[in-house]
Design a protein around this ligand. Structure first.
Ligand SMILES: Cc1cc2nc3c(=O)[nH]c(=O)nc-3n(C[C@H](O)[C@H](O)[C@H](O)COP(=O)(O)OP(=O)(O)OC[C@H]3O[C@@H](n4cnc5c(N)ncnc54)[C@H](O)[C@@H]3O)c2cc1C
Length: 462
């Protein structure tokens, strides 16, 4: 267990660590680190924070962009870790002039440019370490453990399990396990040049991988497999903000998407581009989602999600152009279909014409996996009734602050953050939404601590 310097200026005995409010964060990807920053900035009382993740190094750029050196697909203006100071990242880039020079901002202002995952990671870590240094009353421990179980009792609070061991008494637990335990990273791996490499996935990560393998000479040809047949669209060349029409949004899935299509067509016709309309729609998506019936949410997952994702997770224009040039030049072939099996010599592919073996010298799997609710950790959480599956089976049922909604409805101190809440909160896998949620969760926890302390004065007197 590594104990990070916590720069105590008070005498340790004043901290009474035994009675400190104890918080666990499971997962140290972007969501876990962001939650920690928000807690450090918000919680008014001293507390003890333990972060679990088997990853030895804290490198959030691996989660936000699988290869740290590739460009992120969000503009600088959308990557602030401060929900109020929306230009915090560009300010940081400006202050670090050396780094600002490396931003891809020649045509656009810094706010509108795209930067690498590496720069974003440096920024987030600096803000994390500043937040930590400003809290001389917080104990932080980083533990390289895989959490395999979670339980709760009224007397002991939460106990976190690691195989057959348990660490008892946490007052609050934040689950921030995102896309699960990471497999060995394939991205940096080099090998013999492949005549045909199969890249599986329809998102920005799959496209980035395909372009990277071609550009470093690791593949002569890529077969890109998209289950829906869709690939990410392009950002507008010049940044556009959210355009929100004054018309109320229809309250049904069909009505809302018809409204979106009409507005996007009108924006394309007047030259302003559909991206601003999509940004505006996204800002109202949560409101719409709450109104949809369970049946409509299921229909969204089955029929609309793939096309929605291809329009919200967009590629920087240069990458979009490279992708389409490679498809026209036949160095990338797009195939629509499902992968039945990944084999040593390629994949068993199920397309419109039936089953087919696609031979490949290498297969790179870039599908984003939803939360694995069958993992030991989530099996224990669900079995103990601490949380419930959302109705479209994408993750955990949460409210807007990430509080797990369990039966009975009483909040017990469990949060499920970021992509874990995708079935309850649309877009909660994106940086701006995770930042807002982290701060809302920290404020909710702070209020809860105050209520508990008032209800149990002995706790603060200990
Ligand atoms: C390639 C890519 C590019 C992206 N680019 C952008 C972008 O430009 N803009 C944007 O807004 N969003 C982007 N996103 C989306 C967004 O940043 C992600 O949703 C976010 O990174 C999710 O972070 P996370 O911490 O929740 O999950 P992860 O990054 O998956 O981290 C989860 C962590 O939890 C740990 N963990 C899992 N299970 C356990 C366990 N049982 N015990 C202990 N630890 C555990 C894992 O080891 C891991 O470190 C991108 C996503 C990807 C994949």
């Amino acid at each position: 267990m590594t104990q990070l310097p916590s720069n105590f200026t008070r005498r340790p005995q004043e901290l009474q660590t035994r009675s400190l409010f104890k918080v666990a964060i499971v997962g140290r990807g972007f969501t876990g680190i962001m939650t920690a920053i928000a807690l450090l900035r918000t919680i008014r009382r001293p507390f003890h924070l333990i972060m679990y993740d088997p990853q030895q190094t804290v490198d959030i750029s691996k989660g936000v962009s699988q290869s740290a050196t590739t460009l992120l697909n969000s503009r600088v203006r959308d990557l602030s870790v401060d929900p109020v100071v929306r230009n915090d990242f560009s300010r940081w880039l400006e202050a670090e002039q050396r780094l600002a020079d490396r931003a891809d901002g020649e045509r656009a202002g810094l706010d509108q440019s795209f930067v690498s995952g590496e720069l974003f990671s440096l920024y987030v870590h600096q803000r994390f370490s500043e937040a930590l240094q400003s809290r001389t009353d917080v104990v932080l421990q980083i533990c390289p453990e895989i959490v395999t179980g979670l339980n709760h009792s009224e007397e002991l609070g939460f106990s976190v399990g690691f195989g057959d061991r348990q660490n008892a008494r946490f007052d609050a637990v934040f689950l921030a396990t995102g896309y699960g335990l990471r497999e060995t990273q394939l991205e940096g791996r080099t090998g013999p040049v492949g005549d045909n490499v199969v890249v599986i996935g329809a998102g920005v990560r799959a496209v980035e991988q395909a372009l990277r393998l071609l550009s470093v000479g690791q593949a002569r040809h890529i077969t890109l497999i998209s289950a829906s047949g869709f690939l990410p669209q392009s950002h507008a060349r010049s940044a556009v903000g959210p355009i929100v029409s004054e018309e109320p949004l229809p309250r049904t899935l069909r009505g809302a998407f018809r409204h979106l299509r009409r507005a996007a067509e009108a924006a394309n016709a007047d030259g302003s581009g559909w991206q601003g309309i999509m940004n505006g729609f996204r800002s109202r998506a949560q409101e719409l989602w709450q109104e949809l019936s369970a049946e409509e949410r299921g229909r969204f997952k089955r029929h609309v999600r793939a096309i929605y994702d291809s329009h919200r997770n967009r590629l920087p224009p240069e990458h979009y152009e490279r992708l389409h040039r490679a498809m026209e030049g036949r160095t990338i072939t797009l195939r629509k279909g499902k992968i039945e099996r990944i084999a040593t010599n390629g994949v068993l592919f199920s397309g419109p014409a039936g089953l087919e073996v696609l031979y490949a010298s290498r297969v790179v799997d870039c599908r984003s996996r939803p939360t694995d609710l069958d993992s030991p950790l989530y099996r224990s959480v669900l079995r103990a009734g601490l949380a419930r599956r959302d109705e479209v089976d994408l993750g955990i049922l949460v409210d807007c602050c990430g509080r797990a909604v369990s039966k009975p409805q009483r909040f017990q101190g469990l949060f499920a953050m970021g992509p874990l809440g995708l079935g309850s909160l649309p877009d909660i896998d994106l940086v701006p939404e995770i930042v807002t949620q982290g701060h809302a969760a920290a404020a909710a926890l702070d209020d809860w601590i105050e209520q508990i302390t008032l209800a149990e004065p002995s706790r603060s007197d200990k």
